[in-house]
Design a protein around this ligand. Structure first.
Ligand SMILES: *Cc1c(COP(=O)(O)O)cnc(C)c1O
Length: 431
């Protein structure tokens, strides 16, 4: 168990919330691969249900009893306790995917007639849920761009004619794949301005792109934090999972809906994520230091037009002031525009030897993809242009390999692109 003397989350990831004496002294939490739990007596079973179903308040020092793995399971509960430490959250609920975490939050905190305001761009699956599913149940949605100021956002909400029904501001920052930053504190102020005594406007943040080590939205006024734990938290491209964090009150609502949707993570997923959490910080630190080296290399390369990375922001820009306030590091995700278009981007991607051509992010291995035709292919081309996703853009998730090898791979792939351009120039000269 944790001790008040040790405050750094990375020191507690191996032990927090787990009592070896309850598991035959096993140093690691075993996989509790069980659907149901035996009650010691009927009275105990009754007491567990009373607390789980909110029939009565939990007594002081009364532990929530184990009932059935759709409600709770030790692998999930211990994982949830550990995840709380990074974000400074009171409670957490884990899910079998990032999308189930996000959709459960939106379903719990929105009802027909409500208005949801969201930042653009958001993850493709989230965008689909917001724009294709929520309207079917009578929820109004309104997107805003990253450069929107507090005043502009307030006017947009008022002009929508639905400001009295505003229920949530949902943001994703840094935005995928452009690394645009959205000011969480500003969104919290706007939410407060539209809250009334009997209706709180919630602020939810998808913190997947920056991860739990370097951005803590609750500290900037957010109420709900969501993760695709498939990304940095899992970190090895071998599990799909999600998490939601917030106050006890928020998570109680989320867990209640989770119980009835049945989209909680299973014990095996919980166990895998606990194993991943032990190395979360050192993985992310290595990934970030590699990403800084890669970003600097790309920024200087004649074959590259532009690099999108939080570590390369203009100190005079608004984004930089958000970066200073909100982020503890520039992260391991970056995008760049290669000189040319889709053809050159594809030549580059096909030439990579060490970096894998795949979507997803935050893993130990470096990954590269083409947002316009892959992760963001579902967005209308005109809207895609508006949000700055060009055909020449390549997105990189930088892994833990040796930086010299990552650079060597990028260098040789960019050479393939420039040789092809030179060959083309020569052949047209000969005509
Ligand atoms: C991957 C991702 C999701 C969806 O998570 P899954 O685990 O794939 O369901 C949501 N938001 C962001 C920012 C993501 O990168």
């Amino acid at each position: 168990m944790s001790h008040p003397m040790f405050k750094h989350p990375e020191s507690l990831m191996m032990s927090h919330g787990y009592k070896p004496e309850l598991s035959e002294g096993a140093i690691k939490c075993p996989i509790f691969q069980t659907s149901t739990f035996v009650f010691r007596s009927a009275e105990e079973g009754k007491a567990f249900f009373e607390v789980a179903y909110g029939i009565r308040e939990q007594k002081k020092n009364e532990e929530i009893g184990l009932i059935y793995s759709r409600l709770n399971n030790p692998d999930l509960e211990i994982l949830e306790n550990r995840l709380c430490l990074w974000d400074g959250a009171e409670d957490c609920a884990v899910f079998e995917s990032g999308m189930s975490a996000i959709s459960t939050v939106l379903l719990e905190f929105l009802k027909p007639g409500d208005l949801l305001v969201y930042s653009m761009p958001v993850y493709g699956g989230t965008d689909h849920f917001i724009n294709h599913f929520l309207p079917k149940i009578g929820i109004h949605t309104l997107g805003f761009m990253p450069d929107t100021s507090e005043e502009m956002l307030k006017s947009m909400i008022i002009e929508s004619g639905k400001s009295a029904n505003l229920a949530m501001i949902y943001i994703e920052t840094p935005a995928n794949p452009t690394n645009d930053l959205i000011d969480i504190e500003m969104c919290a102020k706007v939410a407060e301005a539209f809250s009334t005594a009997d209706k709180k406007v919630w602020v939810g943040v998808d913190n997947t792109y920056m991860g739990p080590v370097w951005q803590h939205p609750l500290k900037h006024g957010a109420d709900i934090v969501m993760y695709s734990a498939t990304k940095y938290i899992g970190g090895h491209s071998d599990v799909i999972a999600g998490a939601v964090l917030g106050s006890k009150e928020v998570i109680k609502r989320v867990k209640t809906l989770r119980t009835f949707l049945g989209n909680m993570a299973g014990p095996w997923t919980g166990w895998l994520l606990m194993r991943s959490l032990e190395t979360l910080k050192i993985r992310m630190e290595k990934q970030c230091s590699n990403a800084q080296i890669v970003a600097a290399y790309l920024a200087d390369h004649p074959g590259v037009e532009k690099v999108y990375y939080a570590g390369l922001l203009d100190p005079e820009s608004r984004a930089y002031s958000i970066y200073q306030k909100q982020l503890l590091a520039p992260g391991a995700m970056l995008s760049f525009d290669i000189k040319g278009g889709e053809k050159e981007a594809f030549l580059f991607l096909n030439a990579l030897k060490l970096i894998k051509l795949a979507v997803s992010l935050g893993s130990t291995e470096s990954l590269a993809e083409h947002p316009a035709s892959m992760t963001h292919a579902g967005i209308e081309p005109s809207h895609r242009a508006e949000i700055g996703i060009r055909d020449c853009m390549v997105r990189l998730s930088v892994g833990v390999e040796h930086p010299d090898d990552i650079i060597a791979d990028i260098r040789q792939a960019l050479e393939v692109v420039s040789k092809s351009a030179n060959a083309k120039a020569l052949s047209t000269e000969n005509i």
